[in-house]
Design a protein around this ligand. Structure first.
Ligand SMILES: Cc1cc2nc3c(=O)[nH]c(=O)nc-3n(C[C@H](O)[C@H](O)[C@H](O)COP(=O)(O)O)c2cc1C
Length: 221
């Protein structure tokens, strides 16, 4: 099954992107094919001017269209999801998530806004006709510790939520068909093909996405 990791933070480095890639690691182990789009890598003017015909925007829209599932990550901004993510979602067709399973995740500065995914993003995902929106995952920045050597460490409650979310997504995809064998699993990373902000699986087995912390497309090989 093809799963898109959609990052919605304008920041780099990004807590929500790191959590997104961590979840991508877990999904790759199950043999799913992964693509990655970070909205911050898309052409800014095209996003702001809603230039739907822009080549980079079109690639990202096609990446959404071709995925059976989407893990969508955002920081909490002003008690909601990020504006750049909305700018991209606005460019999708009205039924742009039809037939897709979506796992929403967010990081925020405070637990006070942990429901932002559910009251702000979830209705938009349903408006875009998502087939199933799974239980969302929220972590505060303090619950995610990044170390250059070890990568991302999750606070125990978040590790539990991530494991449950991955299981839920894998189970939701199971009726749709078998994933490719893990040995041939394609995963994204610096070895993948990156064009206009869309990182596409290259068929090479990747040990872990966390070995390739998010690098903007302009810096990727
Ligand atoms: C402009 C801005 C607005 C923010 N607003 C909120 C907020 O309303 N509630 C909250 O819990 N955190 C808020 N935060 C904190 C971020 O959600 C938090 O640092 C998050 O982990 C950032 O994720 P990122 O590194 O992926 O961008 C805000 C941060 C910024 C920069």
């Amino acid at each position: 099954m093809s799963i898109l990791l959609l990052g919605g933070s304008p920041a780099l480095p990004s807590s929500s992107s790191r959590l997104l890639l961590h979840i991508g690691d877990k999904l790759a182990v199950h043999g799913h094919q992964l693509q990655r789009v970070h909205v911050r890598d898309l052409p800014a003017q095209a996003l702001l001017h809603a230039e739907i015909g822009d080549e980079g925007v079109q690639r990202a829209i096609r990446a959404v269209a071709s995925a059976q599932a989407i893990v969508i990550a955002t920081p909490v901004y002003k008690a909601s999801y990020s504006g750049v993510l909305k700018a991209f979602l606005d460019l999708l067709p009205q039924d742009g998530l039809a037939g897709k399973v979506v796992l929403p995740i967010a990081t925020g500065g405070t637990q006070s806004h942990m429901l932002a995914l559910d009251y702000a993003l979830r209705p938009v995902l349903h408006a875009l006709a998502a087939k199933q929106v799974l239980t969302s995952i929220f972590a505060t920045s303090q619950q995610l510790v990044w170390q250059d050597e070890e990568g991302l460490a999750l606070a125990p409650p978040i590790a539990v939520r991530v494991a449950a979310g991955v299981d839920e997504l894998v189970a939701a995809l199971a009726p749709l068909g078998r994933p490719r064998a893990v040995g041939g699993a394609a995963a994204i990373g610096l070895g993948g093909h990156a064009a206009h902000g869309v990182h596409i699986a290259n068929g090479a087995p990747v040990r872990t996405l966390q070995e390739h912390p998010y690098t903007p497309a302009s810096q990727a090989a």
